[in-house]
Design a protein around this ligand. Structure first.
Ligand code: GCB
Length: 609
């Protein structure tokens, strides 16, 4: 599946706007055939979450089904074309009908899907698009869900959140990303996968694997600037290589992207064309270091969320621009898409602005008492769809395939089931992508015997000493942190990325002593964690939790939001933002000095970089 782009042969219609909307509390819609039309006076904006948009209509905490409907005209110019519907994401899944005919579904949230409408529509005529959205989760979905009943059965009623969720972010529902109608020739590229290598110090290698919709004998032409190759398609697939002389490698400092042009030829006629921006670069884990193009990088950044007032998780382009501006301002070089795939627009921006991304699968706090063979299959399917969406982005340097498995510390995780699960899943992931390291964010309750740690390329740690444990005792907190880091490094001999640490902070609260919730406490905790993390030779980075305050399900330990942001939900800086800006600026200068020293050494001893 290719992200919709208008080109000389491809037409795209953006279906964003107001859609007719109806809530389906009793789940009657399918039985009553709402796909044939339903009456409602309610409208909703697409893209966008329903919760804050329609709070006054009772949808703030709504978990369940809801229906969307809109009519479109299929232009006459679409005659004889392949006509498809591309939906960026629907949380947490959707069923789609056109003129009352079922055309397909997506069982995952956060991920795009494409449906073939060609047999169901006529060029020049109106069509009615109906989408049933449901934001319920189950034991076997990705991520897993939880019910009110589960809290009672598990004897932990005080953990209950509203709406119930296994995760600490709001379960926004709705069509979160744009909906597009796409028209192409019946024969068109269905996927283009690009792998890049640095061949010599000056050349770049680009391997291309593409598939087409038909097995018709066509020719594929790929070009980057002056470099062109032409190869016949065989049974709808093609593999090819391009060599870019004197290539400029993609890096944070020079995020140079080349335009790869792909064309499908029937004789002399170009029947499909598509352009994609690619970066030539290599990522490796070697000697306990993270290397980008052979050079050490230390990750400075955040775990984030897609979360904004009113939009909820809906695509919010101004916020992407703002957040990248703030990441640059604070001297960050990376972020993790905690805890689910973000809109691809985030990655387009990261490619262009040289920000490194750890792309995360929406597997959060997996409970192994409720993990079945179907769960593993679903997890694999999610991973496959995510990898295929994000594979070509140079900014994506690693995959996080889960966050905090065994959050509850259940014994079932340690009886062999956990080990078998991660062995299978990491092998599967490595078959799909041999070019990027894999990680899993580790939670303390999973213990140092966490089977996940055995199978990852680098260890990711989420720790809250000084907050959930040892509150307001930073000496003790940093001592435990330091000891634990050394212990994990000794046990596994793998590099460690600190993926979460932080403190809830109410902007405007101050104190001269270590006092939870104050801006000074958050700032001190972050400064002291960074000192410890940076003092260890095996660490590869520090990601503060969180970039900005974000809405959570309701619980007595959250004041509407998780307040661990170094920016508020509306992006005003807290004291910690200035602290990080200064710390990371120093780290940049220290890195530059170190780099200059290393370069001088290499030059003197004639060592190639
Ligand atoms: C975690 C989770 C994250 C939470 C965070 C917290 O370990 O990964 O989703 O928001 O802790 O603030 O409690």
């Amino acid at each position: 599946m290719l992200k919709p782009n208008t080109t000389s042969t491809r037409a795209v219609i953006d279906c964003s706007g107001f859609w007719k909307f109806k809530i389906d509390r009793e789940n009657n819609g399918e039985r009553e055939h709402w796909e044939n039309g339903f009456s409602s006076i309610m409208d909703i904006a697409v893209p966008g979450s329903w919760n804050e948009q329609l709070a006054e209509a009772g949808l703030m905490n709504y978990v369940g089904a809801a229906w969307y409907e809109k009519e479109f005209v299929i232009p006459k110019t679409f005659e004889g074309k392949s006509i498809r519907l591309y939906i960026g994401s629907v949380d947490f899944g959707a069923k789609v009908w056109v003129n009352g005919c079922f055309v397909g579904e997506q069982v995952f949230g956060f991920l795009p899907f494409e449906l073939n409408l060609t047999p169901f529509v006529k060029a020049g005529e109106k069509v009615r698009l109906t989408i049933r959205v449901c934001n319920e989760l189950s034991d076997e979905s990705v991520p897993q869900g939880i019910s009110q009943r589960d809290y009672v059965l598990e004897n932990r009623v005080r953990d209950e959140t509203f709406p119930p969720a296994r995760f600490d972010f709001f379960p926004f529902g709705g069509i979160q990303r744009p909906v597009y109608l796409v028209a192409t020739d019946v024969s068109h590229f269905t996927s283009i996968k690009v792998q890049t290598h640095l061949l010599t110090s000056s050349d770049g290698g680009v391997s291309i694997f593409a598939t087409a919709s038909q097995s018709e004998s066509l020719v594929a032409r790929f070009s980057i600037g002056e470099v062109v190759v032409q190869v016949p398609m065989e049974n709808g697939t093609v593999a090819s290589n391009l060599v870019i002389p004197n290539c400029l490698a993609w890096s944070c400092e020079t995020p140079h992207c080349y335009t790869l042009r792909a064309e499908l030829l029937r004789g002399d006629e170009i029947i499909d064309d598509y352009e994609l921006l690619i970066g030539i670069r290599e990522v490796k884990i070697e000697n306990n270091q993270l290397l980008l193009n052979g050079k050490r990088v230390f990750l400075k950044g955040f775990g984030k969320h897609e979360d904004a007032p009113i939009h909820g998780r809906g695509l919010n382009l101004p916020q992407i621009v703002k957040d990248f501006g703030l990441m640059k301002w604070i001297n960050a070089n990376s972020f993790r898409t905690s805890h689910y795939p973000y809109a691809e627009e985030w990655l387009d921006f990261a490619d262009k602005h040289g920000i490194l991304v750890i792309s995360e699968v929406a597997d959060i706090s997996r409970d192994f008492r409720k993990t079945s063979t179907t769960s593993l299959l679903n997890h694999k399917a999610f991973l496959e769809q995510l990898f295929s969406r994000d594979f070509n982005h140079p900014s994506v340097i690693a995959w996080s395939i889960s966050n905090e498995p065994s959050y509850l510390g259940e014994s079932e995780y340690h009886d062999g089931r956990g080990e078998a699960y991660w062995k299978d899943l990491t092998e599967f992931a490595r078959q799909l992508d041999q070019t990027r390291p894999i990680t899993i964010a580790h939670v303390q309750r999973a213990t140092h015997q966490d089977p996940a740690l055995k199978f990852v390329d680098f260890i990711s740690l989420n720790r809250y000493y000084g907050w959930y444990e040892n509150p307001a005792q930073l000496d003790l907190a940093t001592q435990r942190l330091s000891e634990e880091l050394d212990e994990i490094a000794r046990l596994y001999g793998k590099p460690i990325l600190f993926t979460e640490f932080g403190a809830d902070t109410i902007a405007g609260f101050h104190s001269t002593t270590d006092q939870l919730f104050t801006e000074e406490y958050q700032s001190n905790l972050i400064r002291r964690y960074c000192q410890v993390i940076e003092s260890k030779p095996y660490t590869i980075g520090e990601h503060v939790w969180n970039f900005a305050d974000f809405r959570t399900p309701q619980h007595h330990r959250r004041v509407v939001m998780n307040l661990k942001g170094v920016f508020t939900r509306t992006r005003e800086p807290k004291l910690a933002a200035f602290t990080l800006k200064e710390l990371w600026q120093q780290k940049n200068s220290a890195n530059t000095l170190l780099k200059e020293k290393h370069d001088a050494h290499r030059e003197k001893h004639q060592i190639s970089p």
